[in-house]
Design a protein. Structure first.
Length: 476
């Protein structure tokens, strides 16, 4: 029998047909689709890499910029720690630059001026938008630069410019120019971004300046300002080129508050207070009529907004000649004689709060006093100033009680006393020799009067943010 060949045959049916179709299908990625996917993936990877690189680069620029800011801030703080007289360039830069990314681009050699405002709105550098450098070859503690810096990782240069500021909004009594100083520090970095320097600027006023109560700093210090006349130890009128001394300076501000009371800002017009003469019974046992001095305060008058009105401290005097406000002083005796003890219109007295510790006075002093002649009459005026050691108790400062100890009397004369309220300032020496010690618990006393040799009565203005009057005494 011949062999039989067995043949396997797929059974046909719905299920079998489905399997066959799946096997025969060509589903999946074609070559073109695969290439497209690779391209998309590559672009995505490159984009992510670009973002990361850009972020890293920007982070590096920000870090470098912050380093420059930190370096500039340290330089600002270093300069501000100097004394006011030392805040000056030792010399002017000898060259400028045509490169706008160089700080010297904004410096003019010919005018020795620097433009601190380098914004587009400020315009090109010109005399009208630049300020003169403050230069002091002997005392200046600032180098204009460039001065190299290096923190071990980054390096660059520092440029320091100290310029005078003339402030049109400065308060009464400010000089015509040079009200205070502007310190501008510019920091550059070597290599890479940022190309432009970092600029920091700060305003510095004389710490011994008389506050004017205005928004922008105070008056330039009259005791250290050559545009205002002072009196030297020989009684000659000279420019105010020296302060009251080199040791500790104690300041007291003249107020309209009676000394036994806590300070309160003036709030109304009132009659002349009895600060030098009795108004009734004043004995060792009855002190109700004794004179009461006003307060010398250690803080300047407050400067609220809006600015308060200036009050009249002598409104009982019948129709006094025109003056802005404050206290009227009629002429009394010459400075060499004992002032009145019977007429309060001829003098004003202040005392400080009790001293918390003994105070050794050197005899050097200074005063800033806002004043004018009455009625605007021009003429020569001699002001008398007396300094006292006052006991703790001020209930009776007359001969029937505990009278103050006179330490010294000085005079200050101007041939043309101001006809409108203006600060006058002068230095003086009130001790003939040596020093004097005020005991703890005692008070500093001040009395002023208009000398009989003056050509006019005067008004003195104080205890107001726009008219700050003060006494300065040097101590050891």
């Amino acid at each position: 029998m011949a062999p039989t060949c067995a043949t396997t045959r797929w059974a046909k049916g719905p299920r079998a047909a489905g399997v066959a179709r799946r096997v025969a299908a060509a589903d999946g990625f074609t070559l073109i689709e695969l290439l497209a996917a690779i391209v998309v993936l590559t672009v995505g990877i490159l984009a992510v890499g670009t973002v990361i690189a850009s972020s890293t680069r920007e982070s590096g620029v920000s870090e470098r910029q912050q380093t420059m800011i930190d370096r500039g801030q340290k330089e600002i703080e270093r300069i501000e720690s100097l004394s006011y007289g030392q805040i000056a360039d030792k010399a002017v830069p000898t060259s400028s630059s045509s490169d706008s990314s160089n700080p010297l681009f904004y410096y003019s050699v010919s005018s020795a001026k620097f433009q601190w405002d380098q914004s587009a709105s400020a315009g090109a550098m010109s005399p009208s938008n630049s300020d003169a450098l403050v230069v002091d070859a002997a005392n200046g503690g600032v180098q204009a630069g460039p001065t190299p810096w290096n923190d071990g990782r980054l390096s660059g240069n520092v440029y320091d410019f100290v310029t005078w500021v003339t402030d049109p909004h400065c308060g009464p009594g400010c000089p015509a120019s040079n009200d205070y100083k502007r310190v501008t520090v510019e920091v550059t970095i070597d290599g890479g971004r940022p190309k432009k320097p970092i600029l920091l600027s700060s305003l510095v006023s004389d710490p011994k300046a008389t506050p004017a109560g205005t928004v922008l700093n105070g008056n330039a210090n009259p005791l250290d300002n050559p545009t205002i006349n002072c009196q030297d130890a020989s009684g000659h009128t000279v420019p105010c080129t020296n302060s009251v001394g080199s040791a500790s300076i104690n300041k007291w501000y003249m107020t309209d508050t009676a000394a036994p009371n806590a300070y309160a800002a003036p709030s109304a017009n009132h009659a002349t207070r009895p600060t030098v003469a009795s108004t009734g019974t004043c004995t060792s046992t009855t002190t109700t009529g004794c004179p009461v001095p006003d307060l010398l305060n250690t803080s300047p008058p407050p400067a609220p907004s809006p600015t308060p009105p200036l009050y009249n401290y002598s409104n009982e005097q019948t129709q006094p000649p025109a003056y802005v406000g404050g206290r009227v002083l009629h002429r009394d005796v010459p400075c060499s004689q004992t002032p009145t003890s019977t007429d309060n219109t001829k003098g004003e007295r202040w005392v400080s709060a009790p001293l918390s510790a003994s105070l050794v006075l050197t005899g050097n002093g200074g005063m800033t006093l806002n004043t004018q002649t009455l009625g605007g009459t021009a003429g020569s005026v001699t002001l008398c100033v007396a300094v006292y050691d006052v006991p703790n108790s001020i209930t009776n400062l007359t001969s029937t009680g505990t009278a103050p100890t006179l330490l010294g009397v000085v005079s200050y004369t101007l041939s043309q006393w101001p006809t409108t309220a203006t600060p006058i300032s002068f230095t003086f020496g009130f001790l003939s020799s040596g020093t004097v010690t005020l005991a703890s618990g005692h008070r500093v006393g001040l009395r002023i009067w208009d000398s009989s040799v003056s050509g006019s009565d005067i008004a003195v203005v104080y205890d107001h943010p726009s008219y700050v009057s003060e006494l300065e005494l040097e101590s050891q």
